[in-house]
Each structure stands twice: as C-alpha cells, then as structure tokens.
Design a protein around this ligand. Structure first.
Ligand code: CMP
Length: 139
C-alpha cells in the first residue's frame, strides 16, 4: 500500500550540510518528499516528540541534541514507505547499519545518527500531525 512516514534529518547531518545527499537516497529508493521544512526545535518540543523515550537514560541527551542545531522534517510517501524508509536509514547504531544506508555512510554515533523515521503506521500518523497540517501535505 502507499504509505506516508515522518522523516527527520537530524542536527549532526544539517550541521555537516548533508541534507541533499540524504534526500537523494530516499528519492533513489522511490520515496517522494510531499512536505518538508527546516526548523530549529526547542528542547521542550524535542521532548514532546520523543516522549515515549522519557524514561530512557539517554532522553535528556537526545532532547539537547535535537535542539542543538536546525533539523529538516519531511513527509515521505511511497509504496511501503515506513519500512522502505527504515531500510534506507539502516540500523539505529551506525556500527550495525548495512553498507550503503544513510546511517552507515553518515551517522556519527547511536545518538547522533543523522535521521529519524517513524516505526509503524500509528506513530507515522501521530508524528506527521505533530509537524504538519493536512494542507501542507502535497502528494
Ligand atoms: P530515533 O530513531 O530518532 O529514535 C530514538 C533516538 O534515540 C534514536 O534514533 C537515537 O538517536 C537515540 N538513541 C537510541 N539509543 C541511544 C543511546 N544508547 N544513546 C543515545 N541516544 C540513543
């Protein structure tokens, strides 16, 4: 089925001017960018986005990092977009990421791992609506 997923190009990647190289990988895999904006999150906004991780030991560090530099948030659309995006991103820890994936090529560490992608249809819908209104999704 055609799906939509929320993608974030994280501060470590925007800082190193890698947004185009990362978007090219998504497009080469058949995903289409149907919404996109560059924003600088506050720590509180990052905290709300990642609230499911609130009890994790890395939560504070994660929120600080996500607010440290601008991010690019985008909605990707395509056949099986949620799992396809996760394949293109590679494993959370770049040490475990398959060759050719975004994280294998660009991520600096498990925390500073260049990209985020929704993990399931319900979270994709929630995460998309956190950043975008329906009118901003132009398929
Ligand atoms: P993401 O897919 O955005 O979802 C949660 C994020 O938490 C994850 O990518 C990593 O950036 C971060 N994260 C996961 N595990 C760790 C860890 N052990 N230390 C620091 N950050 C982590």
């Amino acid at each position: 089925a055609i799906e939509r997923t929320l993608s974030i190009i994280k501060p470590d990647a925007t800082k190193r001017n890698l947004t185009g190289k990362i978007i090219a990988k998504f497009e080469e895999a058949g995903l289409r960018v149907i919404a996109q904006k560059r924003i600088h999150l506050t720590k509180a906004q990052a905290g709300t986005f990642y609230v499911v991780h609130k009890e994790r030991p890395f939560y504070d560090e994660l929120c600080e990092f996500m607010a440290s530099e601008p991010v690019v948030v985008q909605v990707l659309e395509g056949e099986g977009a949620i799992s396809k995006n996760r394949e293109v991103m590679g494993a959370t820890n770049p040490a475990d990421a398959a060759e050719g994936t975004v994280r294998a090529e660009f991520a600096e560490s498990v925390g500073e791992n260049s990209v985020h992608g929704s993990d399931a249809p319900e979270t994709a819908a929630e995460e998309i609506s956190y950043f975008f209104s329906g009118l901003e999704l132009v398929g």
